[in-house]
Design a protein around this ligand. Structure first.
Ligand code: SLL
Length: 154
């Protein structure tokens, strides 16, 4: 559809991971004995919205040590939960709904499992959840009329 000149629309979002040390009681037979953490990588709106009005699919590319390392998530919530032992870089590629006529965008997130910094010792002792989040914005320059309608619809 037609593009709206001299207009820019931004949509903030959050992406990142949470991780939790695996307790002995959580280790089922299907969890490898060398795995130390369970973690979730996700992308969502700043207020927890799923953003599926503008996002068609999010592809998370995990480390090659994972089976089927490319995880394509076609429906919200756009997230992957796994267990593992190591930190690595996750590539995240976002595909927008066809109405948007926007190119996909890629970003990277360093999966964080281990606490560090001033609170690290206490967090380790408590087995606390580790969180690593980043704020970013999708910037749509001269959006299509259809994308504009989607974004301004209440
Ligand atoms: C490195 N940082 O660069 C390391 C890689 C890989 C993590 C860490 C195992 C998954 C599985 C897992 O946690 N991989 O067993 O399926 O060399």
């Amino acid at each position: 559809s037609k593009r709206l000149k001299n207009l820019q629309i931004c949509r903030p979002f959050i992406y990142g991971n949470i991780a939790l040390p695996l307790g002995e009681d959580q280790r089922g037979p299907d969890i490898s004995p060398d795995h130390t953490h369970s973690w979730t990588i996700f992308l969502r709106g700043v207020n927890g919205e799923d953003m599926s009005n503008i996002i068609k699919r999010v592809v998370f590319k995990l480390h090659d040590t994972y089976p089927n390392a490319t995880r394509s998530i076609e429906e919200p919530p756009f997230e992957v939960t796994e267990t593992g032992w190591g930190e690595f870089e996750i590539s995240i590629r976002v595909y927008f709904v066809p109405e948007a006529s926007e190119k996909n965008v890629a970003m990277y997130h360093h999966l964080k499992l281990h606490p560090y910094g001033p609170e690290a010792e206490q967090q380790k002792a408590e087995g606390a959840t580790v969180t690593s989040l980043q704020y970013d914005e999708f910037v749509f320059n001269e959006p299509t009329e259809s994308l504009f309608e989607i974004l301004t619809k209440t």
